[in-house]
Design a protein around this ligand. Structure first.
Ligand code: F6R
Length: 258
């Protein structure tokens, strides 16, 4: 995996936005896979800025979000529908019908999951998947012990994820227990992947993902199998990497590093 280390979260976000812009410039009708949470907020702000100041065009873009809480309607302020609308979609020129987010309120989850997978295929597959990483190494809501071949399905959240995400709710009791999430197998089919992480709290999960064994106990470690995956980190998140010197040495020699 290509590892890029930046000094600040702002630089991580800007580098990630340059990766997105590179993909859109090469393919204006690209399909993007998107994440929610704190990590990509800076990326989304930078994409909005690039759209407004530099004319970055989303008019032909399609997006697929990784996940949604089960039971939260689109209007719930903690739903990922709401998050995406407020933090990205309403600020750019993406056609509303091109932005797909798993449903948290369907009455037939099995059928919905199959439809979501088919929709990704019908749109030509994901060109660039943006990921964050959980403190337990999850990508999307593929918690430890998830199959590395998993597809879109319902997952029970791990206790640590519920505690981590409680900061967005009034109390941990309000955090939904289930989520609908793309699988690790779904994610690995993206043509290109960019994993973002910032802050010391992610350092151990990042080190396990990048340098540990490939294991269901850290589903981000499955990215080691991907041919075009990049990880962009700030220095605190890179703090436990054993090969940090090596990554920085390579980075210094890469003319096209974002
Ligand atoms: C969100 C998602 C999750 C988050 C992860 C990190 O769509 O798929 O895997 O990326 O939980 O969350 P933050 O960025 O809030 O630390």
């Amino acid at each position: 995996m290509e590892v890029i280390v930046k000094e600040t979260y702002e630089q991580v976000s800007q580098a990630a936005a340059r990766v997105v812009a590179r993909v859109l410039n090469a393919k204006p009708n690209a399909v993007l896979g998107l994440a929610t949470g704190s990590t990509p907020l800076g990326l989304y702000q930078e994409l909005i800025r690039m759209h407004k100041d530099e004319g970055l065009d989303f008019s032909q873009v399609t997006t697929f979000n990784l996940d949604e809480y089960v039971g939260l309607p689109k209007s719930h302020p903690q739903s990922y529908h709401y998050f995406m609308r407020e933090n990205l979609l309403k600020h750019i020129n993406i056609p509303k019908q091109n932005a797909y987010i798993p449903s948290g309120t369907t009455d037939n989850y099995e059928a919905f999951c199959a439809w979501y997978e088919q929709r990704i295929r019908d749109c030509g597959g994901i060109d660039l998947q943006v990921l964050g990483i959980g403190g337990d190494g999850h990508i999307a809501f593929n918690e430890p012990s998830s199959s590395l071949g998993s597809r879109t399905r319902i997952k029970t959240l791990a206790r640590q994820t519920i505690e981590d995400n409680a900061r967005f709710f009034n109390s941990p009791d309000e955090v939904p227990i289930y989520a609908i999430t793309m699988g690790v197998g779904t994610i690995l089919e993206a043509r290109e992947i960019v994993l973002l992480a910032n802050g010391e709290k992610k350092a151990q999960a990042v080190a396990n993902a990048l340098e540990g064994p490939i294991t269901t106990m850290n589903t981000a470690s499955a990215l080691q199998l991907h041919r075009k995956a990049m990880c962009i980190l700030d220095r605190p998140a890179a703090g436990k990497l054993k090969m940090l010197d090596y990554y920085e040495w390579i980075q210094a020699k890469m003319p096209n590093a974002p």
